[in-house]
Design a binder for this molecule. Structure first.
Ligand code: NOJ
Length: 741
């Protein structure tokens, strides 16, 4: 690409600002809009992918340099780094009105310093830590010229076949909303205008996670009550936290593609919720409405998307060639274009780009963030907090640092990049920064232990040629640590799977090693809940480590050798088989509920497997144990807006200091519509030293009792309620209250 000198600019807009210093941003936006031709306006609604990397199928091969100079581009995605963003911004400064470009990028779980995948972070239930992770990602990405992240993804994930569950916060609307808030706050920092604030983007609006069969991009058909009650709350939370932008989604919702869906974008988002930012389409989703059979060509797609409230066209090349003609034909009104452009310009003003388009183009700042050791330490801390201990029979964990011979077996033991996971870019391929588990354990134990290694098998192929050597290695050891799971491209966008068993022959390798009689610890690194029933039933110790980022291996080593006591709790239910999917804890009561897992007598059950999943939502162990007292309720009969306090005393009864996520669930016993068997309504993560006990209290008001009734009105009804508090969604203490109006 041609290099350009910084163009001597006299910004029209700055002139405007100087003439009327006191102008509000809205007035400034109006002043710019008045100067714009229709073509320039449409240009602002057009976003192209940069020529260096693509995160979707390219729909054309335009001369982007010329088009930027002609004012036909409002934003670019996948252009990162000060040098490249500066080069393109210089082109934008050659346009008539010198309107700066916005640079967007999927900064999903870190930029240079990679943090755990979002689903992993969600397992920490630690909102402050999650906010800090997003803050650091924003600090590094903004230093590399990025203005806007396409995150957080706030889609509810009830189907682990869908590979994109790795990008979200799991299955629960309450936890998902709290995490959406934390992430938006983290990305946007102290607010736009600050040099390290990234614009957030709540995506994918809406219900993308409910794709039929867990197949990415597939249709979604759901009741409006479920949409409002389960799928929309995290979006509303992101909006309330100030999310600058929304991205719509690839799926149709009840027959209308989200990109051309006025109910979602105009009625709910911009209407009821009064969203003031702008909506970007997903990659190519405007043009893809042709494939849906909803638009006959790109022109009709442009009309439908713009009228439905999609303000910017990402990479489908539908707006640029057709909107002007659609205006002439009266099929799109000028007010629609003006509204979209105003929303986009407003963000550019708020980001300070009209004052200084090169505000994010500081090479020295970029360099300073390239190897930020403080960020690495924070990412390690986040990684430790994300790890979930699933099983620990006979307290096999933690391991002694004095163990003489440790066998490390499995295809992930020496892997480097798999720690980074999907949605991490290749710029962090510095192996010195990303230790393998083998390296991390070796560093931790120094000369104390003799580490033996055998790969055993690959992640996906079916060869068992390495089994014999792995078994021989295990036989020479005192204890075996196995590290198995998915490689980093097995969960993510377009990574749906019908079979979510531990891939390849890895579970057979576990069986072979277990048969040696040596104590075995299995660590599973993956982007989604996997199925590993044999391991769950037979292996004494299991650690679920997701993909933990740059410092992931060190975090795992800290957990294995008790330098950190695991505290993560599952943000998604782990099924026993794919046949149980979709699977989630907050299901509705049926007319014929099964009494227990073996009850199949004319009840809602499978005759070939229990109803209960392998691991429930909210579950996770610690090296210590926690005891919960019975629930104490401040009242058992309440009226109107009174407040209920529900408390338990939690005691650390084990031998380690530890952290526990105390979870509050409510159940509405009888209502005008069927209510879930329980819903998370609060949680507190507490730290207790060994022997310590603490009273943990939750405040409950009628707000927590509300639901969407048959008229989709969000209100509560008088009646009886169950209050449950515990350390997972099933391990709870229960109390009862009645509440009248
Ligand atoms: C498609 C994905 O669905 C979306 O989440 C992402 O932001 C865009 N591609 C851009 O990479």
């Amino acid at each position: 690409m041609t290099k350009f000198f910084i163009y001597p600019v006299f910004f029209v807009c700055i002139t405007i600002t100087t003439k009327a210093q006191k102008k509000t941003i809205d007035q400034k936006v109006d002043s710019v809009l008045r100067l714009m031709t229709l073509d320039e306006k449409i240009g602002q609604m057009n976003q192209y992918n940069g020529p260096w990397a693509a995160t979707g199928p390219l729909t054309g091969n335009d001369d982007i340099v010329t088009q930027i100079k002609q004012g036909k581009v409002g934003s670019m995605l996948n252009v990162t780094g000060v040098a490249r963003t500066k080069e393109l911004q210089q082109l934008a400064m050659q346009t008539r009105l010198k309107i700066p470009l916005l640079f967007g990028q999927d900064i999903i779980h870190g930029h240079r310093t990679i943090f755990p995948i979002p689903l992993g972070e969600a397992a920490s239930w630690d909102l402050k830590a999650i906010e800090l992770s997003a803050r650091i990602a924003a600090t590094e990405a903004s230093a590399a010229g990025v203005h806007w992240t396409f995150a957080p993804m706030v889609d509810i994930g009830r189907d682990p076949r869908w590979g994109r569950v790795m990008e979200g916060a799991g299955e629960d609307p309450y936890l998902g909303s709290a995490i959406a808030t934390a992430r938006v706050k983290g990305f946007q920092g102290k607010g736009f205008g600050n040099i390290d604030a990234l614009m957030a983007c709540a995506k994918h609006f809406a219900a993308y996670g409910a794709a039929v069969g867990g197949r990415d991009y597939n249709s979604v058909d759901m009741s409006l009550r479920q949409l409002h009650e389960v799928y929309l709350p995290p979006f509303k939370a992101a909006l309330d936290a100030g999310a600058a932008t929304f991205m719509n989604s690839f799926n149709d919702l009840n027959g209308i593609p989200a990109t051309g869906n006025s109910y979602l974008q105009r009625d709910i988002l911009k209407g009821q919720w009064k969203f003031k930012g702008f909506v970007v389409s997903d990659w190519g989703s405007v043009g893809e409405m042709i494939n849906h059979g909803f638009s006959k060509d790109n022109k009709e797609a442009a009309m439908q998307a713009a009228n439905a409230g999609s303000d910017m066209d990402m990479e489908s090349r539908s707006y640029l060639p057709h909107l002007a003609q659609l205006i002439k034909e009266g099929k799109v009104k000028m007010v629609v274009i003006d509204d979209a452009v105003k929303r986009i310009l407003k963000k550019k003003f708020e980001m300070g780009l009209f004052d200084d388009p090169f505000k994010f183009s500081d090479e020295a700042r970029e360099k300073a963030q390239w190897n930020n050791t403080t960020h690495l330490e924070v990412s390690k801390d986040m990684a430790k907090k994300s790890i979930v201990l699933l099983k620990n029979e006979k307290q096999i964990l933690p391991l002694s640092k004095q163990t003489k011979k440790i066998a490390l077996i499995g295809p992930l033991v020496k892997s480097i990049k798999d720690h980074l996971g999907f949605w991490s870019y290749d710029w962090d391929d510095d192996t010195a920064r990303i230790p393998s588990l083998y390296d991390a354990i070796q560093t931790k134990l120094g000369g104390n232990s003799n580490l033996l290694y055998s790969k055993g098998c690959n992640i996906i192929d079916t060869s068992k040629a390495g089994f014999a050597e792995a078994v021989a290695t295990a036989q020479q050891s005192d204890i075996v640590i196995m590290y198995v799971g998915e490689h980093r491209a097995m969960s993510g966008e377009a990574k749906s799977k019908s079979n979510i068993q531990l891939p390849g022959v890895q579970e057979e390798l576990i069986k072979a090693i277990h048969a040696t009689g040596k104590p075995v610890v299995v660590i599973i690194g993956a982007g989604r809940p996997l199925i590993f029933n044999w391991t769950a039933n037979n292996v004494p110790a299991i650690v679920y480590s997701w993909w933990l980022g740059t410092k992931g291996a060190e975090a795992i080593a800290d957990v294995l050798f008790a330098d950190y006591n695991p505290s993560g709790k599952l943000p998604m239910t782990f099924p026993r088989t794919e046949g149980q999917i979709p699977v989630y804890y907050n299901y509705y009561k049926t007319g014929r509920p099964a009494a227990n897992d073996s009850d199949v007598n004319y009840v809602s059950a499978y005759i070939d497997l229990p109803n209960s999943p392998q691991y429930v939502f909210g579950y996770g162990l610690s090296y210590t144990s926690f005891n919960y007292s019975e629930i104490e309720l401040s009242k058992t009969s309440l009226k109107g807006n009174q407040t209920l306090t529900a408390s338990v005393t939690v005691s650390n009864t084990g031998n380690y200091d530890g952290e526990e996520v105390v979870q509050l669930y409510l159940r509405d016993m009888v209502a005008s519509v069927v209510r879930p068997v329980k819903e998370l309504k609060g949680f507190q993560k507490i730290k207790l030293s060994k022997g310590e006990r603490r009273k943990v209290s939750f405040t409950i008001t009628p707000e927590e009792l509300k639901f969407y009734n048959t008229d989709l009105k969000y209100s509560w009804e008088a009646g009886d309620f169950q209050v449950m508090i515990g350390g997972s969604s099933t391990d709870v203490k229960t109390g009862k209250v009645s509440w009248v109006k």
